[in-house]
Design a protein around this ligand. Structure first.
Ligand code: GTP
Ligand code: MG
Length: 170
């Protein structure tokens, strides 16, 4: 494979689950509790070095607000991997994540690598979706599963690293 190739990754999920926060933690190692909702989508990139070689991630951070839903298709159509984010303290966001997966199966690219991120791990005492349930859903669809916290950094590096490894394996 081409070592300098850019791998496009798209983040999808309900408004407020922490998609932008995950991306900003990964790309710039920053976190803001007063971050604004994303309008449309934003693009960031980051180079990751692995023993298997270098990956240049091009990351599309989409807007979760419902009025932007139809835009997302443009971004996932081009992607090699999708990160489906939900908030572990919000069951509705978990159901929304499953709907995103359904849409990807019906309309997304073939051979798309899928990762599920159960974000806001730092709020585990308010958890509404137990990890076992989310993990077994992820297993059933062949997805990577990671609990993350953009706030504490928990799981963020590992999430992108596992995606990078899967991209290299493809
Ligand atoms: P949209 O752009 O509207 O789709 O939202 P988003 O998914 O990008 O969420 P965003 O990153 O804007 O975060 C929403 C809120 O959740 C903000 O107040 C963040 O600070 C907060 N947040 C994000 N990640 C975490 C986390 O890991 N833990 C906690 N406690 N709060 C988080
Ligand atoms: Mg956002």
């Amino acid at each position: 494979d081409d070592n300098s190739a850019q791998a496009k990754v798209v983040l999808l999920g309900e408004a407020g689950v922490g998609k932008s926060s995950i991306v900003l933690r990964f790309v710039a190692d920053t976190y803001h509790s007063d971050i604004e909702p994303t309008i449309g989508a934003s693009f960031l990139s980051k180079i990751v070095n692995l023993s298997e070689g270098t990956i240049k991630f091009g990351i599309w951070d989409t807007a979760g607000q419902e009025r932007y839903h139809s835009l997302a298709r443009m971004y996932y159509a081009e992607a090699v991997a999708a990160i489906l984010v939900y908030d572990i303290t919000n069951r509705k966001s978990y159901e929304a994540m499953k709907n995103w997966h359904k849409e990807l199966v019906e309309q997304g690219p073939k051979n798309l690598i899928v990762a599920i991120a159960g974000n806001k791990e730092d709020l585990v005492e308010k958890e509404q979706v137990e990890m076992e349930e989310a993990k077994s859903f992820a297993e059933s669809i062949g997805a990577i599963y990671k609990k993350t916290s953009a706030k504490t950094r928990y799981g963020i590096e590992q999430l992108f690293k596992e995606i990078a490894i899967k991209i290299k394996d493809n």
